[in-house]
Design a binder for this molecule. Structure first.
Ligand code: DQA
Length: 147
């Protein structure tokens, strides 16, 4: 199994950006943590981070034929991007939505998630370990819990 982990805008700033919300660990720490979990679970993974909506759409399209699952944290684009939702629907690759914080407990404008409509599950408010849980959902195939 090959899983693509996509992170959206400002997630390259982890460790610097609002540490009270997102923690003090960096994007590289996140990548290392996911990679070691993937090794433990015997799956391959690839990483993509961009601050640009169209680049994220391209990455989702390019995943066709290469990846069996996508873990995506679209960051701010979660709340605005129909294009990312449509891309996930277009490729038909099982996708789990992840958020480090719990957007539903924050400002009202964060309560809408477009990508959620195409995701098999959402993991939120669990810090970096939410990505590992998302990977387990893709591997173990128990992804209807959107809570
Ligand atoms: C986020 C939550 C979003 O509302 C925010 O815009 C982000 C990060 C999270 O991981 O908690 O950039 O997706």
């Amino acid at each position: 199994m090959n899983i693509l982990i996509i992170n959206g805008p400002n997630l390259n700033m982890l460790g610097i950006r609002e540490p009270d919300i997102y923690g003090k660990n960096t994007y590289q720490d996140l990548v290392d943590m996911i990679r070691s979990h993937a090794e433990k679970r015997g799956v391959s993974c690839g990483f993509f981070q961009s601050n640009h909506e169209g680049a994220i759409v391209d990455a989702i399209q390019d995943a066709m034929g290469k990846y069996d699952g996508i873990i995506i944290n679209p960051a701010a684009y979660t709340h605005t991007s129909v294009a990312i939702l449509d891309a996930v629907k277009s490729v038909g690759i099982k996708t789990v939505e992840v958020h480090i914080s719990d957007p539903d407990q924050r400002e009202d404008f964060r309560k809408i998630s477009y990508v959620r409509l195409a995701a098999i599950a959402t993991v939120k408010g669990k810090g970096f370990s939410g990505y590992l849980e998302a990977m387990d959902i893709l591997i173990d195939g128990n992804g209807e819990d959107k809570s």
